[in-house]
Design a protein around this ligand. Structure first.
Ligand SMILES: Cc1cc2nc3c(=O)[nH]c(=O)nc-3n(C[C@H](O)[C@H](O)[C@H](O)COP(=O)(O)O)c2cc1C
Length: 196
């Protein structure tokens, strides 16, 4: 039976974790990026569709290819991060279902049903993006999620001639506490929850 995590772990994952706006110049090794994926991949998706695709943008050359796609307000933040993960959804995720969900013919649920493909890719890749944030925090990395960029430009630079469409950026590294905004409030339980 799983047990409740210690408060220190909950602080690191949620209560003290922030969205960072600047990063300290400290590289992230390939081993850490692999460990990050190996942890995040276990988060659940509908019918195990796993539509998320990731490009870990780390080299100077790759960051320069990303730069034109960034919203002006995100350039400094993204460029200061040792790694920016470009997150995309594979719109042909269902082709992999015979391998990923072998006990039923789940691929046939999607073939020819473009609205279902799009809705499923959107929901499940977004869930996987959230798992990636929590996995990064669990491994001691800070995150800077960003949707302020031009996906079509990022697609041209990193997902050309593929079925993948980018939807989010996730800066990774050690955050610079001096660049944080004050913590914004969240809704209280009674504001947004009901127990029926
Ligand atoms: C999907 C997503 C997109 C975001 N896009 C941007 C962005 O383009 N630029 C930016 O500065 N912050 C962006 N943020 C950061 C949010 O403003 C931040 O997560 C939120 O205010 C909560 O901050 P906190 O985690 O420090 O409490 C984004 C966050 C998420 C989850």
């Amino acid at each position: 039976m799983p047990s409740r995590l210690p408060d220190a772990a909950l602080d690191q994952l949620f209560r003290n974790a922030r969205s960072h706006n600047g990063f300290i110049d400290e590289p992230i090794g390939e081993d850490t990026l692999k460990a990050l994926y190996e942890l995040a991949k276990w988060g659940p998706t509908a019918a195990n569709t796993c539509p998320l695709r990731i490009v870990f943008i780390r080299s100077h050359e790759a960051k320069e290819r990303l730069r034109p796609a960034l919203a002006p307000g995100n350039v400094a933040k993204a460029m200061s991060a040792p790694v920016v993960a470009l997150l995309g959804r594979d719109m042909t995720f269902h082709e992999h279902l015979p391998r990923l969900f072998p006990h039923v013919d789940a691929k046939s649920w999607f073939v020819g049903n473009q609205p279902l493909i799009e809705e499923s890719a959107r929901l499940n890749a977004s869930l996987q993006a959230a798992y990636l944030i929590l996995a990064a925090r669990a491994l001691g990395l800070d995150c800077g999620p960003m949707s302020g960029f031009k996906p079509e430009l990022a697609d041209q630079a990193f997902f050309a001639d593929s079925s993948v469409s980018s939807f989010m950026l996730l800066a990774l590294g050690r955050g610079d506490p001096n660049k944080l905004f004050p913590r914004s409030p969240r809704f209280d339980f009674d504001d947004v929850c009901r127990i029926a």
